[in-house]
Design a protein around this ligand. Structure first.
Ligand SMILES: Cc1cc2nc3c(=O)[nH]c(=O)nc-3n(C[C@H](O)[C@H](O)[C@H](O)COP(=O)(O)OP(=O)(O)OC[C@H]3O[C@@H](n4cnc5c(N)ncnc54)[C@H](O)[C@@H]3O)c2cc1C
Length: 292
């Protein structure tokens, strides 16, 4: 790794916010660096649905055609699965909108979307430092210095310092950390914790995107790319603790948070249960903030 480098802007985080900002600046001739702690492709807690109104933006970012080539089926109906009730309606505006290029929203896994965006940024000349974590931001004369550390796991690998007058903190809001932009959080019982999984072999109609409600939380399901169903949800911290506690007592041992969430949804939301009855988990459940 080089030990020091100077740019016009340093962007911390290669989610959609970071890569979009990087692309916009690089196309205006700025020298831009992105620092991303995870190796891509990586999955992320997210519903992965993008509405039709956002597709013009993907075109401007230069990934519209690639997104259309990869994303799941068009979502023409919205639904609500709550308790034993399942209701649905046409996607608002879909009837009146001409069946144009951007007629309906679709879902694409964040492992694919974020990689498309980062590749586009790289092609626009953005220098990518990955997997590298930004560990400090300090003033350095009329610039800011960002210290970064490789997260590749190679012990003893040296860190380096990047300098720029503009720093964009696009690292998301979930994780605590040492950066001045990572604000301290107090844990509250009403906090909503995020969970997400992919399943294959679901029975969800491919054009339907239901909102799910269940005691203590809500979420959504949608068919994304390659036949993967994306399910994501938020659950109150206190409800999750109660669910885990009663399962642990039943079983006499530790119960992972995601397992408690999945069982809770399946027990209380018939539409979700029907959609996932014969489905198989595709990769592990993810949590935000990460939990065990
Ligand atoms: C349950 C749930 C469902 C959702 N469903 C949808 C949906 O269907 N459609 C939709 O449009 N939005 C959805 N969202 C919202 C969407 O996920 C966020 O708006 C989006 O991820 C925010 O993007 P971002 O680029 O700001 O941050 P993120 O996507 O969080 O990206 C931040 C990046 O920064 C990196 N990073 C963090 N710290 C550091 C560091 N110190 N150094 C280097 N890198 C770092 C992370 O690894 C990550 O790649 C959902 C959110 C949740 C919680």
């Amino acid at each position: 790794m080089k030990r020091a480098s100077t740019h016009d802007a340093i962007i911390i985080g290669a989610g959609p916010a970071g890569t979009s900002a990087a692309l916009a600046l690089a196309r205006r001739g700025w020298a831009v660096a992105i620092v991303e702690k995870s190796a891509f492709p990586r999955r992320k807690v997210c519903g992965e649905y993008i509405s039709a109104s956002n597709l013009a933006l993907l075109d401007r970012l230069g990934i519209g055609d690639a997104w259309r080539g990869e994303a799941g089926p068009e979502i023409r109906r919205v639904g609500l699965f709550s308790g034993n009730a399942s209701i649905e309606a046409p996607m608002p505006g879909a009837r009146s909108r001409p069946a144009a290029r951007n007629g309906f929203g679709r879902a694409l896994g964040r492992d694919i979307l974020d990689t498309l965006l980062l590749d586009a940024a790289r092609s626009a000349g953005v220098e990518v430092f990955q997997p590298c974590r930004a560990v400090a931001i300090e003033r350095d004369g009329d610039r800011q210095a960002v210290r970064i550390q490789a997260t590749s796991g190679s012990p003893g690998e040296e860190g380096m310092t990047l300098r720029a007058s503009v720093i964009v903190a696009a690292h998301g809001s979930w994780e605590p950390g040492p950066l001045p932009s990572q604000l301290g959080k107090q844990s509250r019982s009403s906090d909503l914790l995020g969970f997400k999984a992919h399943f294959t072999g679901s029975a969800l109609p491919p054009d339907l995107m239901p909102l799910l409600t269940f005691p203590g939380g809500y979420g959504g399901m949608v068919l994304a790319d390659r036949g993967r169903l994306s399910i994501s949800c938020c659950v109150r911290r206190d409800v999750l603790a109660r669910l885990r506690g009663s399962l642990a007592r039943e079983r006499g041992g530790h119960v992972p948070a995601a397992e408690a969430v999945e069982r809770h949804i399946m027990a209380t939301c018939r539409g979700a249960r029907d959609a996932l009855a014969d489905a198989r988990l595709d990769g592990p459940w993810l949590a935000a903030p990460p939990s065990s």
